[in-house]
Design a protein around this ligand. Sequence first.
Ligand code: NAP
Ligand code: MG
Length: 495
Amino acid sequence: MSTAVSTAQMHSRVADFVGRPRKMFINGKWVEAASGKTFPSYNPATGEVMAQVAEGDREDINRAVKAARAAFETGAWPSMSASQRGRLIWKLGDLIEEHLEELAQLESLDNGKPLAVARVADVPLAADLFHYMAGWATKIEGNTIPFSPKYFAYTRREPIGVVGQIIPWNFPLLMAAWKLGPALATGCTVVLKPAEQTPLSALLLAELIAEAGFPAGVVNVVTGYGETAGAALAAHPDVDKIAFTGSTEVGKLIVQAAAGNLKKVTLELGGKSPNIVFADADISSTIAGASSAIFFNHGQCCCAGSRLYIEQSMFDKVVSGVADEAKKIKIGPGFDPDTSMGPLVSEEQLNRVCNYLESGFSEGAEAVVGGHKRAGSGYFVEPTVMVKTNPSMKVVREEIFGPVVCAMPFTDIDKLIAEANQSEYGLAGAVWTRDISKAHRVAEKLRAGTVWINCYNVFDASLPFGGYKQSGWGREMGHESLELYTEVKTVCAQL
Ligand code: NAP
Ligand code: MG
């Protein structure tokens, strides 16, 4: 099977995008890295270099922060009305819809995900996020507080300032949207650093931001590595807030780096989400839901349903149902219309997932289906259902970030809840049952930022998303996210 994509298969803008070295977007201009260096982005379906991108580092971050500061304090952005700001954000949402195909193709090429998925999920959800946030721009309000007849007091919700945003590779465009939407709606300015594995869609987004008419410096995109560009952004003394999505390990580094000027921090980190199936659940929708909970985006989801708890009497049936779903998945390059699961994003992730598989087997777990990487080029791994695991195994405790689910039987509901909550993470979880009281009782008990009932991976721009425990600080999306991009000022006047 050939996994390479010819430029003839690409939209002309996409062919151009991967055909020339890409510059960064600073202060409304396309610039090379101050060092002149570039770095490669790989096609994960082949392992071959696909594009060269400017390698920003500390100096480029400094330039971008300076531009973001100037745009925050002077010029068109701070003097714009909330309604005008909302219109620009709405227009960006429209432009994403207009350029859906180019964005979807870049996302599929750079990340490996099926093109069909990028077309119906990543890109439309990104557009929707901007449309949702556009409406909030005019609805950011303070209060009057009548605490005494001698004083007039009120609060103002002001933009927090210059925001550094560092995003991962699993949903590159969508993560950029989740981050940029509330920042722009509140009137902040941004320096965005995409993941080194997937820098391309953020650069096309920057072209659309320029086309929409955002003033120069409001959004700056610095491509580069986490250890250099990302670390410089997190530590920068003139950045007021850092918003990060990625691993818990790097999240802790961000917190340390932010301590220098005590910039505000929000974090959206890893997960090991429990997906709980009761014996009274609707079997066919549960099996479909439990499969997509782990196999969607090749398991590269922070909220992946990676711990599947099944009531004992249904265990064999659900496990064999999910295994059958796994067997039906067609692994291949994202551009192949038959593909339902593409490669993992990088060789590093492939090795990481394979090491977890090895570790599971060496500790006594067994694979009902899958369990191996696929021979040949590209970073492909088989969808895997593991059984005979126990709570002390690494595969049950740690985030694998690949298409690997551990299925475990339960009998007692209290013990189940305790086990489900026995995790350093608390991002998401789900319950499958026809008993609505039981569903809501379990939803209350789970220590997680999102609980789905008889569904999984349902996202909307209006639904707050984020983690308890080491899954993060703060929330993405919804009006909750806007508050985290504002400062509250109390004004008190003697009458
Ligand atoms: P990661 O290292 O946490 O990367 C996320 C972002 O942080 C990237 O933009 C990265 O830049 C940047 N970064 C890395 N080190 C940094 C530092 N010292 N200071 C500032 N920024 C830094 O994630 P990864 O290595 O790509 O993936 C490793 C694991 O993280 C995965 O297996 C998964 O468990 C977890 N993960 C979670 C999510 C999520 O949505 N919560 C997403 C992706 C990964 P570079 O691209 O240059 O590294
Ligand atoms: Mg890539």
